[in-house]
Design a protein around this ligand. Sequence first.
Ligand code: MN
Length: 237
Amino acid sequence: MSNPTYLWTPPPVPSLPVRGRAERAPVNRIFCVGRNYHAHAVEMGRPVDKAAERAFYFTKSPQTLVESGATVPYPPETKDYHYEMELVLVVGRPGFRVPVERAHEVVYGYACGLDMTRRDLQLAAREKGRPWDLGKDIEHGAVCSEVVPMRGFVLERGEFALEVNGRTRQQTDLSKLIWNVREIVADLSLYYHLQPGDLIYTGTPEGVGAVVPGDKLVGRVEGVGTVELTVGPAEQA
Ligand code: MN
């Protein structure tokens, strides 16, 4: 089947602009790290004991990707839509069972992301032992900046902040990650064959909170860039 025909138009390839390049980066999968800053784990009521636990992950559909600068509708079926500002790692080479000391080899670059979350649905699922999809896999809910190429570079420190309507709501340093970039790549690659175009949202620090229509979010990671999002009104029935 060199030239397949389709019943309907295939969905577009999700992709992101790349700083300094005309080509866009096609996006394969979107992985997200769960609790990865101590103070956020505590505010979520689930502290992390790194000596006794492994990192955990969830995924968002690539079709939920939204570029920085967008205005998105307030999503349906929630009354508690939260921001989570995160550093995003962009995978540029295949990797399976990558040792920590070679983790840098799969890094293409980094971006700034917002892991938008229907917190009420996520917590209800958590309490019932159900999957997180309705809370996390949200249309327009994976916001991402342009990709900044930094091939083979491990980002280990850098200030990191999110403002909502000009007021700082999240502020930390990448050095406070519980599992750092190398450890995440090594551990996630035990479960999955990492592929070019995989995005890894590395987790959010403390200070998560709700947004309402009209809110404007601006997140920054030192040495990477900025991500912006405007929350629009909910869609009418
Ligand atoms: Mn998150």
